[in-house]
Design a protein around this ligand. Structure first.
Ligand SMILES: NC(=O)c1ccc[n+]([C@@H]2O[C@H](COP(=O)([O-])OP(=O)(O)OC[C@H]3O[C@@H](n4cnc5c(N)ncnc54)[C@H](OP(=O)(O)O)[C@@H]3O)[C@@H](O)[C@H]2O)c1
Length: 241
């Protein structure tokens, strides 16, 4: 049984480097491994000497492929997708079926779910042979079994689809790579742009982005490769699908 160690990794591919949790993860990873280089494709620039950043409005297969083609010899030990949204110009999460909007549902799936298998496809020639983790931030509300409140159709179902994609990727890569760790991680309710409007009624603990980043790193760097394909809470507990 063994796992990835932060002190031994060289290159991280980070999507969502400007988000609340993404920024905190970027700072933590750079602070704790002084050799680490981070590669980030985002809608806004990230300014740091060890961050190789490209800015682009549309993050998709084409822009990711063009970005990665600039670094043909770089192999990643950690690929982290923190991109996700709950509300956009088409509105917030649905309270009931009355609020269903086809275009918004498609956007939820495009950003919160489909981007991850696309990322897995384009990064396949950049996976470190000694071992790597491929992680996307999911959400507890994506659990079908633990859904007791309803609502939030698009966000919930897109995170459920994300989990299904990650499980599938873990199976495919488990056959090919000796040390691959594919995880869906729920970061815990965290004070960020995404959640700020919805945290008013929350009665459980709300994490700061730094706490969330610490918890996510603890989970990634303590989970054995053998547990690839898991859906994990911020404290390492398994969440039901
Ligand atoms: N905060 C919570 O309580 C909570 C709970 C459960 C799960 N999560 C998940 O954690 C992840 C990080 O969220 P956060 O809380 O850090 O939220 P955040 O601060 O709003 O960050 C979201 C990130 O997603 C990017 N993004 C959103 N829509 C995009 C689009 N159309 N194209 C490209 N990039 C886009 C944002 O890029 P820009 O900076 O360019 O806007 C930003 O980097 C998300 O997947 C979220 O679902 C969060």
């Amino acid at each position: 049984m063994h796992n990835l160690e932060l002190k031994n990794i060289n290159n991280v591919l980070l999507l969502g480097a400007n988000g609340g949790i993404g920024q905190a993860l970027l700072s933590k990873l750079l602070a704790e491994n002084k050799e680490l280089q981070i590669y980030a494709l985002s809608r806004h620039p990230v300014d740091h000497s060890r961050v190789h950043n490209s800015v682009c409005d549309l993050i998709n297969e084409e822009s990711l492929s063009v970005f990665l083609a600039k670094y043909p010899n770089v192999k990643f030990n950690l690929i982290l997708n923190t991109i996700g949204f709950l509300e956009n110009e088409l509105g917030g999460p649905e309270k009931s079926l009355r609020d269903i909007n086809e275009a918004k549902l498609l956007e939820y799936f495009r950003i919160n779910a489909i981007l991850t298998p696309v990322l897995a496809k384009v990064v396949r020639n950049h996976l470190a042979s000694e071992g790597f983790a491929f992680v996307a931030l999911s959400a507890m509300v994506g659990s079908v079994g633990e859904n007791e409140l309803g609502g939030w159709y698009g966000y919930r179902a897109s995170k459920t689809a994300l989990n299904a994609f990650l499980k599938n990727i873990s199976i495919e890569w488990g056959r090919v790579y000796k040390n691959s760790l594919v995880l869906a991680i729920h970061p815990g309710t965290t004070q960020t742009r995404l959640s700020e409007k919805f945290n008013i009624r929350v009665t459980h603990k709300i994490h700061t982005p730094d706490e969330a980043a610490k918890n996510i790193c603890d989970v990634i760097f303590s989970t054995e490769f053998e547990r690839s394909g898991s859906f994990l809470n911020w404290d390492g507990r398994s969440i039901g699908w």
